[in-house]
Design a protein around this ligand. Structure first.
Ligand code: DP6
Length: 391
């Protein structure tokens, strides 16, 4: 039996992907750009094993067997095997042999699935990377991850990553590319304010299909807004210009949610808590007269906050006061340590409105991080020596 365990990160788009021009190949109507989050806080771990004795391909997700015949899963398996056959170094008997074996795949997230935390991106990135390691394939893999879930192609790299939409009908030029590595902007901090750990209502795949069919605003966005924003965003990142980065991030998130409202029937991802967070961020920035905090929301109510160290300490304190924890014993702050600070009366009266207890259930503090990697630690393997999930 050959066995490999890898981990892959979550990414958060600051220029959003929303809408496909080809459903099967997952080709987008606009380019997008994201920040890869650090795997110390959020990651998927996947073990893949190939064995002569496995009668069929099988997959277990977060402790439960899942359907291996899911078309997107099948696309990834087929494409990676195709690439492995093509690239297999002539004479490498081991690879040739395991290419004829069936695989077992076991995958877990260290964060709640379907909480709007981009679990499919980390999941498919991890699957594709793990299979590539199993078959000894190197090089460009984002084209395959893209066929699992569009946003997954951006999780194939660390740091700041763009997904270039491409033009070709076969999707060969619709690829992810690193803009800057994870250590480029060391002060950048990312907070995830978990407003709801419940499953989202309208999934991204279905939501964006309806938007493409019905929203004239989405068409305008893809054709006339995003191309310019991509350039501005890349420049802001390269210059580490937080003012420009933050403003573009917020405007792009707002426009994405505007296209959701422009969809017919409309889709609402933001809830009351999300809207309060938006208000809080703008009052905070207005108090300082500059953009020190930015928000972004995906297909769910959780807020992703971008800021710099040491502003992160003050903002976390404000979030805690505005959305005090309803004590259920779980820690309110997870991830990187923040230093307690005292807030001036001035600042408090400028930013605070009513408190909303329990509005934010917890906060994950993280930073940009690296792309997928193979684990050398066999104690994290999810499949045992028999090739079945460890209890
Ligand atoms: C709002 O990548 O989940 O998070 O390609 O259909 O799997 P599929 O959709 P998915 O969509 C992500 C949408 C988003 C924005 C983004 O990540 O760019």
């Amino acid at each position: 039996m050959k066995k490999v365990t890898c981990t892959a990160p979550v990414n958060i788009a600051v220029i959003k992907y929303w809408g496909k021009r080809n459903e099967e190949l997952i080709l987008p109507i606009n380019s997008s750009l994201s920040v890869t989050l650090h795997q110390d806080q959020l990651k998927t771990t996947t073990t893949v094993a190939a064995n002569r004795d496995f009668p069929e391909d099988r997959i277990w997700l977060n402790g439960k067997e899942d359907n291996i015949n899911h078309p997107r899963l099948q696309s990834c398996l087929r494409e990676i095997r195709r690439l492995a056959r093509k690239r297999r170094s002539s004479g490498d008997d081991n690879i040739s042999k395991i290419l004829n074996y069936k695989v077992h795949i076991c995958s877990v997230n260290n964060f709640p699935t379907a909480a709007g935390l981009a679990s499919s991106a980390a999941g498919y990135a991890c699957l594709v990377y793990s299979l590539a390691r199993l078959y000894g394939v190197e090089g460009e893999l984002s084209e395959i991850a893209r066929q699992g879930s569009g946003s997954a192609c951006r999780s194939m790299y660390g740091g700041f990553v763009q997904w270039i939409m491409g033009e070709r009908e076969d999707g060969k030029d619709s690829l992810a590319q690193q803009v800057e590595p994870e250590n480029h902007w060391p002060e950048l901090r990312i907070l995830i304010l978990v407003a709801s750990a419940e499953k989202k209502h309208v999934g991204s795949t279905a939501g964006m299909q309806t938007s493409v069919k019905t929203s004239p605003l989405l068409k305008h966005r893809a054709e006339s807004v995003v191309p310019g924003r991509m350039e501005e965003m890349i420049e802001a990142i390269k210059k580490k210009d937080f003012e420009a980065f933050g403003q573009l991030t917020m405007k792009d998130s707002n426009q994405f949610h505007a296209t959701c409202l422009d969809t017919y029937p409309p889709i609402f991802y933001l809830n009351q808590v999300s809207q309060r967070i938006i208000g809080l961020v703008h009052r905070y920035n207005a108090y300082y007269g500059t953009t020190k905090i930015a928000y972004s929301f995906d297909a769910g109510p959780n807020a992703v906050i971008f800021t710099l160290d040491p502003t992160v300490n003050e903002f976390v304190e404000i979030v805690k006061r505005s959305f005090p924890p309803e004590s259920n014993g779980d820690p309110y702050l997870k991830g990187l340590a923040v230093s307690p600070v005292s807030l001036s009366q001035d600042l408090l009266s400028a930013v605070e409105t009513d408190v909303f207890p329990g509005g934010v259930s917890y906060v994950i503090v993280t930073q940009p991080g690296p792309g997928p990697m193979e684990s050398q630690d066999i104690s994290v393997d999810l499949l045992g020596t028999d090739g079945f999930p460890n209890a």
